[in-house]
Write a protein that binds this ligand. Structure first.
Ligand SMILES: *Cc1c(COP(=O)(O)O)cnc(C)c1O
Length: 356
């Protein structure tokens, strides 16, 4: 391996986190969300940790087919549904469940000739205002779906915009319950935040994503303290060079960091072409040689630089953890002004994965 950079996927952590989600919602079935290549963790590796789920949720047909090829025979929900005739053919062929959020998708199912009825999640827009039928049009959509011979079971679904914040879900829950009032069928509402913090929204199916990967829906590592979630990915590398710089000496492009005293700087084989955020500022946490320290200077394409003042024994070959078991991805994300979701999804193809 020419570079020491590695993303280690902890399948035992995935299994643990799935068990935590089940304990949060013991009466609900669980749809593990593995969109975007399992939030950057790799679909096949995540499957190893998540295979005790009741179903999977994702977006791309390609990923759905991959799950079938791995051998998953249970439910797979396409979270945005299919909108072309060719999508419906694939949905039929691979026995997928599809989201229906608009009349256009219904119409295609009405015209389709399928080998068997397809199960759908009928999506209500309860306030997120991205996808779904308005509450007032929901019953009509449900009746239309029910009378369509190509449609089998209909699960009632909506998605929360603020389950992780103080705004909460009560308003959307209220809209949903009014719109779906008296309609029979399973209900699916809760993402990770609602799974963790809103038991009144669990119903028949929960749809956790981020918590399965051991990160916080609120973006703060403090938000999941005490929940025994474990990080599912450790991004690690090594020092490939060490520089000693004099006071006033600078580091990296733009000379954004200047040394106040003579100090040692470590060069880490990881950069924005690996998916590490270029915007990570000075002070972003990183662990070197077992010691928590910080990034200094600008992240470049293939390398980043770290302060070794606290790591006197660190040298070429010393281990570096960018995030994972010791450095919560949420803490890195806060420093970068984003959320753990974005960092984990951004890991690029060139980062080798090790599944343990
Ligand atoms: C991504 C997604 C989820 C999972 O959300 P998390 O915040 O990662 O738990 C659930 N439902 C839908 C419709 C989604 O798109």
């Amino acid at each position: 391996m020419p570079r020491p950079l590695l993303a280690t996927i902890h399948t035992a952590a995935l299994a643990n986190n799935l068990a935590v989600a089940r304990r949060c919602a013991p009466k609900s079935k669980l749809l593990a969300v593995v969109k975007a290549n399992a939030y950057g963790h790799g679909l096949a590796s995540s499957f190893q940790g998540l295979c005790s789920t009741d179903g999977f949720g994702l977006l791309d047909l390609e990923e759905a087919v991959k799950l079938r090829e791995i051998g998953w025979v249970g439910p797979i929900l396409l979270l945005e549904g299919g909108s072309r005739q060719t999508d419906i053919d694939m949905i039929d062929r691979y026995s997928l469940t599809t989201t229906v959020h608009c009349d256009e998708q219904l119409r295609i199912l009405e015209m389709a000739r399928l080998s068997k009825p397809v199960n759908i999640h009928l999506k209500m827009n309860s306030g997120m205002n991205r996808l779904g039928y308005a509450a007032g049009k929901y019953r009509a959509a449900w009746e239309r779906a029910r009378s369509c011979p190509s449609i089998g079971q209909i699960t009632l679904m909506t998605h929360f915009s603020d389950a992780e914040s103080e705004i909460g879900i009560l308003n959307q829950l209220d809209v949903f319950e009014h719109g779906a009032n008296g309609i029979m069928g399973s209900r699916s509402l809760s993402n990770s935040a609602a799974t963790l913090w809103h038991p009144n929204a669990h119903f028949d199916w929960i749809r956790p994503g981020i918590m399965l990967y051991g990160a916080s829906p609120s973006g703060l590592s403090s938000g999941i303290k005490g929940l025994s979630l474990q990080p599912a990915m450790t991004l690690s590398s090594e020092l490939i060079a060490v520089q000693t710089i004099d006071p006033g000496g600078s580091v990296g492009y733009g000379s954004t960091f200047k040394a106040r005293e003579r100090m040692r700087i470590g060069v880490v084989a990881c950069g924005y072409a690996d998916g590490y955020a270029r915007c990570a500022p000075e002070g972003t946490p990183v662990q070197v040689d077992g010691v928590q320290t910080q990034i200094v200077g600008r992240v470049s394409m293939d390398m980043l630089t770290v302060d070794l003042s606290l790591c006197p024994h660190a040298n070429i070959g010393s281990p570096v953890e960018l995030w994972g078991v010791h450095v919560p991805i949420d803490d890195v994300a806060v420093a970068c002004g984003t959320i753990g979701y974005e960092l984990m999804c951004a890991i690029t193809q060139r980062v080798p994965m090790y599944i343990e």
